[in-house]
Every structure is written in C-alpha cells, then in structure tokens.
Design a protein around this ligand. Structure first.
Ligand code: FES
Length: 89
C-alpha cells in the first residue's frame, strides 16, 4: 500500500523526499501506516524496502505478514471500532 513519501536507494543507502516525525496512523478500514523511520524489530526488510515508511497488516489476511499486501481490499475488511460504534446506535 502506498504510504506517501518517495524514497530511493543508492548503494543500499535510503534517500527520502522528506523527513517526518515518527508516527503510527490507523487507516480507515486498512493497515497501520508507519512513517518517520520507526524500527521494526525482528523483521528483515527486503532489498529496496523503505525503512522510513511501511504498512502493517491489521486485518489478518495478508500473505506477507507483518506487512499489508492489499488483501484487506479483497476480504472487505472493516474497522472493528467503526463497526462497534454503528452497532451501538
Ligand atoms: S491490512 Fe492490508 S492486508 Fe491486512
């Protein structure tokens, strides 16, 4: 899932189009969007993968956990918090 910032690597060193404060954003009916270079412990990122921004699966359907692979679209994932708010009305 695109996370906004552009980046590229030259000889394994990531270059970014912007510097952002570390943040975790819960997206609507989608993954956690991680920005600002928060280190993900226990995971080896693939070659060329950004260390500055990535998305983490929140729906449980990704075939590339812990990362989001877009499967939330296919399963029609809806935010459980939103669902509970609707049910209370
Ligand atoms: S949130 Fe995107 S695959 Fe799970």
């Amino acid at each position: 899932m695109p996370s906004g910032a552009l980046s590229y690597s030259v000889e394994g060193v990531e270059r970014r189009d912007q510097e952002r404060e570390p943040a975790v954003t819960v997206t609507d009916d989608g993954p956690y969007a991680i920005t600002g270079g928060i280190e993900l412990l226990g995971v080896t990122l693939g070659e060329g993968a950004s260390k500055e921004h990535y998305t983490l699966c929140r729906c449980g359907a990704s075939r590339n956990k812990p990362f989001c692979d877009g499967s939330h679209w296919q399963i029609g994932f809806r935010d459980p918090a939103e669902k509970s708010r609707i049910e209370k009305k």
